[in-house]
Design a protein around this ligand. Structure first.
Ligand SMILES: *Cc1c(COP(=O)(O)O)cnc(C)c1O
Length: 740
């Protein structure tokens, strides 16, 4: 199981891309062969900038597609960060501009503005205005259009760019077209800019995020073939002498598609080192021209330009070494300074937002953790779905962090299975899911303060309406929200009374409510004794009658849903158009006991922790807070690194409850502490520090079910699972397809 799969392929390729950019500006092979240098710097190295653009598209564009929540904020944040970087870079190169006597006089101002907007004020800086403009262009396009038309438009722009770049000789003298390019070049010195080049590669990166190429053979084969074709294309164009510039080729597109896809196949997590690499390579990109000047200056001073500059490969190596060294030292000093500012030698690893550098991170299975089987979740979904009629769909209950299993990952997996409606308990849960890119309908089952209704609307959430009073509040707030009306059929929690027809009619007539559904909730569907069975049947009948009465008054109640997990297992005939299973999706029942239907569900969650130490207690010795355990005989105990702060109920103290270690049962003794608990391992062979203890799940053929542990704790599995705390890392059996 992996906790999080990074993009190690992309991270590591940055080093290659940075070296390629340096090679473009130092021509390493020039003193050996012109053609070899052309192939290296004008063909191979031309993948570098498109690669950086695709990385940006891959990570940034998904946040900017039309309808994505918070897309404006995401755009502004990107523009701000990149803009600041650009301004700092421009300032960094001002001395060079002055030294070279650029931008002087009135004409100089015009040129400066032009370069600042499109071309960069130093020869390599064009990348930053290009990525800024390109992202703006795509933001505009993606507002209304899907990926296919956007890719087509970007390809058309790229085609125009080609005409002004490698293919210029062909169009230069075509009537109208040649003049159009001449006019174009009065504004942009080159077409490899934010309008004609950047959008294509940004869009390609963004589209790959939507749909990866998974086959190794296709990726590597495609890369080899398209690369050969690009080399042939470039050499031919060079031979014909038609190139005005040499940044853009037709076959650069398939080369980048297959190169990027190949890199995506390497999905280890580069961890904190990944972030550090990203920064290092970016800075190398930005400062290497200064290092070129530095190397040349030193060579001159030492009177050995013959060796250090004229030998182009030596020159390249020196510039590359100097660039990486300078940026490395800069990052190291910066992390040091940050550490000092944050208070002495406090390590920075793991602090969100802190420059973690290459510091190591805690291993996810170091102390205590939760394992989540999305495969079992998918199985449970399919199994439960099969219990329902064709026209009835599942509203997946993902409240309380999806019963402790991790709501975004759970919703994503269920989305892939076809679920399009999710339910949460609170507004912030709904907002968090949207921010992590969960689409479809998200219904808030619990209370939302009327003053937060604009948030409900902004994130396109649906709100359950608990009574007519609340409907009036919505009307007063004047915010139009999508809603499901809750009807109380006997639980007497949230919901307008099934018998209060006037109140119900007023809710549906509320102008600000866009009612999409109507539901009720069962409170004893798990109890099959005569009395409770009759109560549930009465609830179902009350719901039916209320809906009928509403319809008789011309009301459209929308989608009808009633059944929770036990409703599905015991009263599947009352399905209507939706069912809301929670605990059964996660593969367990609330407690041991009979149900009418007995589908084969598989537990989704396992909980495990490490043994910290093993200690023998002599007869009469006490252990733990309150000395709640006294050894009646020599007893081998183990301290387990998990406690009630992690979600293990304190009510498991000193009772019959047991855990599994080395495939055997070991009783919990003494009081459960905040961060530890003690078990009796007498008679279990060779228990030692670091051993894995299973609190929920399987170990060596033995199973400790959540129902069993919940029973010992005097609670139900719903509470047990949803209380598993944020301190426990969640480890999933499937790799993450997209970064949250
Ligand atoms: C929590 C909840 C559910 C799911 O209940 P389970 O017993 O876990 O299936 C369904 N409907 C509503 C309104 C809920 O609050």
């Amino acid at each position: 199981m992996q906790q999080k799969r990074g993009y190690a392929g992309l991270d590591w390729f940055r080093i290659a891309a940075a070296l390629l950019v340096i090679s473009i500006h130092t021509s390493p092979l020039a003193s050996w062969s012109d053609t070899a240098d052309f192939v290296l710097t004008r063909v191979v190295a031309r993948v570098a900038v498109p690669f950086f653009l695709m990385v940006t598209g891959f990570f940034v564009l998904p946040k900017l597609v039309g309808g994505a929540p918070g897309r404006r904020a995401a755009l502004l944040s990107f523009l701000r960060k990149t803009g600041i970087l650009y301004l700092v870079s421009v300032l960094l190169f001002v001395p060079l501009n002055l030294y070279q006597g650029e931008y002087t006089g009135a004409r100089g101002v015009v040129l400066f503005v032009r370069d600042f907007l499109f071309n960069g004020t130093a020869y390599h800086l064009w990348y930053l205005p290009a990525v800024l403009l390109g992202v703006l262009v795509l933001y505009g396009l993606l507002t209304k259009l899907g990926w296919k038309p956007v890719l087509l438009i970007c390809a058309a722009l790229y085609l125009i760019g080609l005409g002004g770049d490698s293919y210029y000789g062909f169009v230069e003298n075509v009537p109208v077209v040649g003049q159009a390019y001449a006019a174009l070049f009065r504004v942009f010195p080159y077409t490899r800019n934010g309008l004609f080049l950047a959008p294509m590669f940004l869009a390609l990166g963004g589209a790959l995020r939507e749909r990866e190429v998974r086959s190794r053979a296709v990726c590597f084969g495609g890369l080899a073939v398209s690369f050969a074709l690009m080399t042939a294309e470039a050499l031919t164009l060079r031979h014909l002498g038609v190139q005005r510039h040499d940044s853009m080729y037709v076959f650069l597109l398939p080369v980048m598609l297959f190169l990027f896809s190949s890199l995506l196949l390497v999905r280890r997590d580069a961890g904190a080192r990944g972030r550090w690499l990203r920064e290092l390579c970016l800075y190398v990109y930005l400062v290497h021209p200064l290092c070129i000047i530095g190397v040349r200056g030193v060579a001159k001073m030492l009177h050995c330009t013959d060796l250090l500059v004229e030998q182009s490969f030596v020159h390249f190596v020196l510039v590359a070494l100097l660039s990486f060294a300078v940026c490395w030292v800069f990052l190291w000093l910066r992390d040091r300074a940050c550490a000092a500012l944050r208070g002495g030698d406090t390590p920075l690893a793991g602090r969100e937002g802190a420059p973690a550098g290459a510091l190591p991170v805690p291993s996810p299975r170091g102390r205590a953790w939760v394992e989540v089987s999305l495969a079992n979740l998918r199985h449970n979904y399919r199994t439960l779905r099969a219990l329902l009629p064709e026209d009835c769909d599942i509203l997946a209950i993902a409240k309380a962090n999806a019963y402790g299993c991790g709501d975004a990952r759970v919703c994503r997996a269920l989305w892939e299975e076809g679920v399009r409606t999710f339910a949460v308990a609170t507004l912030s849960e709904g907002v968090a899911l949207r921010r992590q890119g969960i689409g479809g309908e998200i219904l808030i089952l619990g209370y939302t303060s009327p003053q937060d209704l604009p948030v409900v609307a902004a994130y396109d959430l649906s709100q359950a309406i608990p009574d007519v009073q609340y409907a009036r509040e919505v009307q007063r707030a004047g915010v139009r929200v999508r809603a499901h009306v809750a009807i109380d059929t006997g639980m007497h929690r949230l919901g307008e009374r099934a018998g209060s027809l006037d109140a119900l009619l007023e809710i549906y007539a509320t102008g600000c409510l866009d009612v999409r559904g109507t539901f009720s909730h069962l409170c004893v569907a798990d109890c099959l004794d005569e009395d409770n069975d009759a109560y549930t049947r009465a609830q179902i009948e009350a719901f039916r009658q209320a809906v009928e009465a509403l319809r008789a008054h011309g009301v459209q109640p929308g989608r009808l849903h009633l059944l929770n997990s036990y409703g599905m297992l015991n009263y599947p005939q009352a399905a209507w158009q939706g069912a809301r299973p929670g605990i059964t999706l996660y593969g367990v029942k609330s407690q041991a006991g009979e149900t009418r239907l007995t589908p084969a569900l598989r537990p989704v969650m396992a909980v495990r922790a490490r043994v910290a130490l093993v200690r023998r207690l002599e007869t009469g010795e006490d252990a733990g807070y309150g000395r709640n355990f006294t050894a009646q005989r020599p007893t081998d105990t183990a301290i387990v690194s998990i406690g009630y702060a992690d979600g293990i109920p304190r009510s498991l103290s000193a009772g019959e409850a047991y855990v599994l270690v080395r495939g055997q049962r070991a009783r919990i003794i003494g009081n459960v502490c905040m961060d530890q608990l003690t078990i009796d391992v007498t008679g279990i062979e060779a228990v030692c520090p670091g051993d894995v203890v299973t609190l929920i799940g399987e170990d060596g053929g033995q199973t400790l079910a959540a129902e069993t542990l919940a029973g010992y704790a005097g609670t139900i599995t719903n509470e047990l699972l949803c209380r598993m705390g944020p301190r426990l890392p969640r480890l999933y059996d499937e790799e993450e397809k997209r970064e949250a």
